[in-house]
Write a protein that binds this ligand. Sequence first.
Ligand code: CP
Length: 334
Amino acid sequence: MKHFLNTQDWSRDELDALLAQAAEFKRRPLGDQLKGRSIALVFFNPSMRTRTSFELGAFQLGGHAIVLQPGKDAWPIEFDVGTVMDGEAEEHIAEVARVLGRYVDLIGVRAFPKFRDWAEDREDKVLRAFARYSPVPVINMETITHPCQELAHVLALQERFGTADLRGRKYVLTWTYHPKPLNTAVANSALTIATRMGMDVTLLCPTPEYVLDERYMDWAAQNVAESGGSLTVSHDIEGAYRDADVVYAKSWGALPYFGRWEEEKPLRDRFRHFIVDEAKMALTRDGVFSHCLPLRRNVKATDAVMDSPNCIAIEEAENRLHVQKAIMAALVRQ
Ligand code: CP
C-alpha cells in the first residue's frame, strides 16, 4: 500500500501522472473517483488552504471529508511507544490510526514541528506513526515537508511556462525575513521538487546557518545527479536573482538555533532586506514569483511584487485543489 508522505518516494513517472491528472481535474472538476469514499483530515495545526481544498476536493469527486483536531474536538494522542500514558494524551496512535482506518479510506495529517529539538522533529514522528499503524493510505498535509504544495507549485510553473518540461530554468529559492522562526517544510519541499524537475536551483539564504537539513540537501544533490539540473548555495542576493526564471520565497528558522530562538532573533533581524521587492525582481529574466501562502505583505514580499502579473501565488494555491484530487484518486485506486 502506497502513502503520499514525500514526493521523493514517488517515481518521476508517477509524479508526472499526478500532474497530468491534476491538469485534467482543473479542466473538468467533477468526477466520481471518490464515490462512497471518505478521508479523515487530522489537523494538529491551523490551515486555510489545505483544509478548504481537501474538503472541497473530496466533495467534488463524490467523497466525504471529516476534519479532526486532536486536543480540540478529538482526544489528545500519544505517539511514544511503551510510555506510561499519565499525561495529557487520552489515547495512543496505535488505536487512533487503526480505528480511523476502519471508518475511512484515506487519512491526511498536518503536524508541524514542535520547534524545541530539531533532532526529534526531523524524525517526523507523528506522520510516520500514522503511516505505521494506518491500514489505509496516509497523505502528508504538511509536516517537515509539504509535498502537496510541491505539486501545486510545479503545476503553476508548467502552466505559466506553457510546458511540462522545466529543465534548464533558473530557479531561486530565497529565504525571506519573518518576525518568527518558521517551519522549514516548504523550503525542504521546494528544494526537493525543483531539483527533481531538472531546474538550475539556487538556495539563497543569509548565512550558512540557514542552509537546510542535510537530508533535503542530499535529496537535492541526488535529484540533480539524476535529472541533470544543478544546485548552488548562495548568500549573494544580486547574483542569485540575476537572470532567474523563478523566484520562490519562504522564511524559515536557522536549524543550529532550533529551540534557542531568542539567540537566533538578533541574527534574523539583520536580514530584513531579503524581502522580495521590485528592484530584486528587475534583475530576473522577467521571472515569475510565487509563495505557498500565507504571506505577510511588505515583510516577505512587497505589495508591488504580490500584485504583479508575474506573481503566480494565487494560481499555485488554486492548484492545491486539483493536485490533491489527483493524489486522493490515485491512492484509492491502488
Ligand atoms: N500553503 C498552505 O498549506 O496553506 P494553509 O496553511 O492555509 O493550509
